[in-house]
Design a protein around this ligand. Sequence first.
Ligand code: SF4
Ligand code: SF4
Length: 294
Amino acid sequence: MKQITIISGKGGTGKTSLTAALASKMQNTIFTDCDVDAADLYLLLTPEVKQRHTFPGGQTVQINQQKCTSCGICQSLCRFDAIQKKDDVYSIIDHHCEGCKLCMHACPESAIDMLKSESSEWYESDTRFGPMIHARLGIGEDLSGKLVSKLREQAREKAKELKADYILTDGPPGVGCPVIASITGTDLGLVITEPTMSGLSDLKRVRELAMQFNLPLKVIINKSDINPEMAKKIEEYCSEHQVEVLAHIPYDKVFLDAMIQQKTLPEFAPEHDLNKILETIHQSIITHATEKQV
Ligand code: SF4
Ligand code: SF4
């Protein structure tokens, strides 16, 4: 079984559209959405949830109104503006709270508690292309890395159980903890980039990260025709560092049109020229996996 993770230096590069388009071509594959902070692969794969699990581990801060005397000390100390006062009642703004516990230690009335949160969930689902493992991260939860690790562990178990040939993962953008969790032990990273200065610098950061994990990379330049000069610079950078540029995908509104219809590109426009490029990418994945088995 081979694991392929699709990554990008930043969000909005077309990563999810490409993962979904490849999903419709891959056989005997488990799909995983590890972009848990902005999970949207479900929009295109429309999974039917078979099993739902809570993902404990997060903590939320709560003010016990019975004990609180509204002295305001906690609010004056919180550097994250996570404590609000309304009608003389203090409460926590969950999505601002960083869980530093300063307020808890400072409260003279011991009115602030850390509670275990169970607002994140992960799912085992079926899609029209195969099983999918995905999640919903609770609001304000800072568990992305742990949740990604959980999803990958479950995907591997599912792949073992079903004797799947591949796990195809829509990875998170950037180079932070969730990305590291989504590429460790992966056989191939497909990097989607765009021909811009920031696209090139993001690619450099992703390559440096991948090198630390001995992860082979292949690059796809999306919207390659919007800035041919930058596309060339990206190619030069890749050639200098022995990274294969697998495909150039020209800008085409068809990806957006397909997404609006909740379809993948091969489903929405099976005769479109871009399908040939997709097939090249698909074949390259298969070839890479076969070579690694030899
Ligand atoms: S420090 Fe404690 S008592 Fe004072 S406002 Fe905050 S929660 Fe209430
Ligand atoms: S735990 Fe830290 S961030 Fe959260 S409300 Fe208390 S002081 Fe603010």
